[in-house]
Write a protein that binds this ligand. Structure first.
Ligand code: SAH
Ligand code: SF4
Ligand code: F3S
Length: 448
């Protein structure tokens, strides 16, 4: 310990792609690095260590990694002492092959090896190129030992890892391994520590949070875990992603009625509105079953915001299949969607399905879908005009530092002006009055 404090502080440049799991893993990397005298820099040219945390969910994401990596080739030539590491899902998928592809790369480490970063750096420092892509069936006792380094009012907490669903298009089960849940006591102590450090909003993370505790570890059900999290003192808001439509049950839906801290937002990826496509995706529900769950939720909680993920151009998707997706979009009237063009991924079943669609068909459908949704999102946002809403204050507004920015319980961004004499600090919850609405945000006023 003494030794480290006398060493020169080193600098790490870290770039993160992909989902919130990767964001969370990056925070854990920074936590480990902080313990061995590294500070973060936003200038790669001054860094002693460059880390890229990667995503391979679609081909575009994977290609971005190679071009990013290429950019650091010259830097390594100029400063041979520089260590470059690639973590995340491309690292897991490519392993050893990445070292061959990029001779300037020192470390390749998959998502189950984040907690080994310190040892990997020692090896790399001694001149060895290392690959750590072991996928483990259980969670190592020290895997979540170092808390994420994130500071501020919001924290993301992984409650499980991996996925057992093997949707036919998806690479995630191959890069993140089998589903394993963390023990509830570990999760709660991580959240208690975060709350003691000032965190007021917690988002629980998992590829399929509804199956928390049902396979590979975890000692309570997901609704029970949520109740425990809501009881942590200092936590004002609780969110979670991602729910799977086939697994979301009545107990969770009812919980929204009892737990005030549970935010009124549900991200429920539907992927397609066509039953034939859903069956070939291996999603385990029909469009009708999905819609009846949504109707039930909306009836109980009219203020609930529902968002989704949609893939267009899945192999064999006909015009009629696509029309069913458009129908579902109009019927549900999602508050927002994340939409993607189907991208064939290595090892997945769908990559070898017949009927792969040409790029122009996939692009065309994506455009049609996004234009329709844009209108729906604006309309849904405009429905909030004239309403009072509680916002979680995040800080000054980006466009106008005299105003504040916050988020509603239903996860909408709100920019608002404070009345004379009022003040607001990040992490405060305050009531605002919505005065206008746009595609990506609301306007409001606080006080009179
Ligand atoms: N576990 C989450 C999300 C995982 S990946 C879930 O089940 O919903 C996030 C989103 O990426 C998916 O919901 C899906 O819409 C999209 N996606 C995954 N694989 C894809 C592929 N091969 N092509 C296009 N989009 C894909
Ligand atoms: Fe991928 Fe399906 Fe698992 Fe989500 S549930 S991570 S889409 S396999
Ligand atoms: Fe990407 Fe891996 Fe997440 S493939 S979406 S970073 S689980």
């Amino acid at each position: 310990m003494e030794e480290h404090s006398q060493e020169r502080e080193k600098l790490v440049f870290l770039e993160t792609f992909g989902c919130q799991m990767n964001d969370n893993d990056s925070e854990r990397m920074l936590g480990i690095l902080k313990g061995i005298n590294f500070a973060r820099t936003d200038d790669p040219c001054s860094a002693d260590l460059i880390l890229i945390n990667t995503c391979t969910v679609r081909d575009k994401a994977e290609q971005k990694v190679y071009s990013t990596l290429g950019r650091y080739k010259e830097l390594k030539k100029e400063r041979p002492g520089l260590i470059i590491g690639v973590g995340g899902c491309v690292a897991q998928q490519q392993g050893e092959k990445l070292l061959k592809r990029a001779p300037h790369l020192d470390i390749v480490f998959g998502p189950h090896n984040v907690h080994k970063l310190r040892e990997l750096l020692i090896e790399a420092d001694s001149g060895r190129r290392v690959v750590a892509t072991r996928l483990t069936e259980t969670i190592d006792c020290d895997e979540y030992g170092v808390s994420p380094s994130a500071s501020g009012e919001k924290a993301f907490v992984s409650i499980m890892r991996g996925c057992n669903n093997f949707c036919s298009y998806c690479i995630v089960p191959y890069t993140r391994g089998r589903e394993v849940s963390r023990q509830s006591a570990d999760i709660i102590s991580e959240i208690e520590a975060a709350a003691a450090a000032g965190v007021k909003e917690v988002t629980l993370l998992g590829q399929n949070v509804n199956s928390y505790g049902t396979s590979g570890g975890g000692d309570v059900s997901f609704p029970e875990l949520l109740k425990l999290v809501c009881r942590v003192e200092g936590v004002k808001r609780v969110r979670f992603v991602t729910s799977h439509p086939k697994d979301i049950g009545d107990e969770l839906i009812e919980l929204f009625g009892h737990e005030k801290k549970l935010c009124r937002h549900l991200h429920l990826p539907v992927q397609s509105g066509s039953d034939a496509i859903l069956a070939r995706m291996g999603r385990g529900y029909t469009s009708g079953e999905y819609f009846s769950k949504i109707e039930k939720i909306k009836k109980l909680y009219p203020e609930m915001s529902i968002t989704t993920d949609i893939i267009v151009g899945f192999p064999g998707e006909t015009e009629a299949d696509f029309a069913s997706t458009m129908d579902l979009l109009r019927k549900v009237r999602f508050d927002n969607i994340f939409s993607f063009m189907y991208s064939p991924r290595p090892n997945t079943k769908a990559a070898s399905f017949e009927g792969q669609l040409p790029l122009d068909v996939r692009t065309g459908r994506l455009q049609v879908l996004q234009e329709e949704q844009k209108q729906i999102t604006i309309e849904r946002n405009r429905e909030t005009i004239g309403k009072k809403m509680e916002v979680f204050v995040e800080g000054p507004s980006r466009g106008n530092p005299d105003e504040m920015m916050g988020r509603t319980s239903c996860n909408r961004i709100v920019n608002f002006a404070l009345a004379a004499g009022m003040s607001a600090a990040p992490g405060d919850i305050m009531e605002v009055f919505v005065t206008d609405a746009y595609a990506n945000s609301l306007r409001a006023s606080a006080g009179r």
